[in-house]
Design a protein around this ligand. Sequence first.
Ligand SMILES: NC(=O)c1ccc[n+]([C@@H]2O[C@H](COP(=O)([O-])OP(=O)(O)OC[C@H]3O[C@@H](n4cnc5c(N)ncnc54)[C@H](O)[C@@H]3O)[C@@H](O)[C@H]2O)c1
Length: 409
Amino acid sequence: MTLKIGIVGCGLQAATIAGYLGAFGDDYEVCAVMDLNCENARGKLALKEVRVAKDCVFCSDLDTFIANSSGLSGIIIGTYCTFHTPVACALEKLHIPIYVEKPVAVNREQLMELHRVFADSTTSVMVSLPMRFAPLTQKAKEIIDSGALGKLGQVMGFEETSGEVYFTTWYRDYEKTGGMFMQKAVHDIDYLLYLVNSPVKRICAMKNKVCYAGDKPYDFTCRECPDTATCPKGPLARFDEWGEVKSFAEGMKAATEAPAYGGPARKRFCPYSKDIAIEDVTACIAELENGVQFIHTQNFIVSGGAGRRGARLVGDRGVLEIDFNNSKLRLHAMPQNSITEYSVSSGALSHYGGDRKLVKEFIELMKTGKRSSCDLIYGKGIYGTMICLAARESAEKLHFIEPEKEFLK
Ligand SMILES: NC(=O)c1ccc[n+]([C@@H]2O[C@H](COP(=O)([O-])OP(=O)(O)OC[C@H]3O[C@@H](n4cnc5c(N)ncnc54)[C@H](O)[C@@H]3O)[C@@H](O)[C@H]2O)c1
């Protein structure tokens, strides 16, 4: 059986996932692609060595894609985040399994529409949330479910990583992503809630743009800037301070050209624009139904070895520390006062190895119709997006939100 694949929004991420579809030895080919920029789509498919049918249809409108969807085994949606909900809802009537990127929605209206359309639909939608499937997360789940932590009291998750890609490429456009709760925290909030396995009762949050604050125009690059010699992210700093490149000229190239990854050349814009509406720091606190206090913080300020991603889960018998960047778990068993460290290999695929199981479940869904454990509705694939929307709303209104009561009514 050859899996026939359709793609709507065929950029780096969708092409990466499509490229993995042969990893388990299955036959597949991409037969229909819809993208606002077909040149980019073709480049990304070539870059990721995706098998493309000779007669594959490339188009730029959804009606043509739908007209050519007969016989497809599955459809991958990898558009900008804003379009995930409208595209998924428009494809529901085809009854073809869908793989949709996160976040599944960027505002309350979209989330409610998505839920309304798919709650009782026979069309399966699986959500791309690979952190749940990372071997490190799976090992942590095994430890927590064994009772080694006793009664859980507090969970503290954190992500600290560079803001380079988020503040200099399209990810800086709030209209395309919905901001950093939606774009980034959704991964961590999803895997942490999966580990703790309790609904959120109420949540409050804060967000701010502190370090990328500036007064430059939106479409400004270092080439037009008078401050290249002093800017902490400018070409001179890249050469003289960071040692990233071999000269000022190379620094200028690195600061102004985003990697094309097989598509047309792309600019890198100034991260210090006054009009960038995404945040560089966010924090949220939630009370879960089981009483656990849940805290998540993220920032896009740090770089290099200062970065970290993981969590600390505190119970009355044990404490578990998760360290994604070093592929390690540390279990403190309190009665014995002992420490056990686990090194968990993530394997070759991306997202700490989580893409392996994610893709395996998508293949199984297409072949057998078995819904993924990350199904939008039955696998709570919608839930992390809902909590992030609630966090964003709380940060805007500065009060607690009860997401279950407010969003899924
Ligand atoms: N699950 C993950 O871990 C993960 C990782 C990276 C990116 N993503 C998500 O994948 C999505 C795409 O990110 P990317 O890095 O591949 O970006 P990208 O820029 O490489 O690709 C986006 C593609 O979508 C196309 N597009 C945008 N809006 C469209 C529309 N309305 N109709 C048709 N095509 C449209 C663009 O032309 C482009 O080719 C984003 O939503 C991002 O959040 C998820």
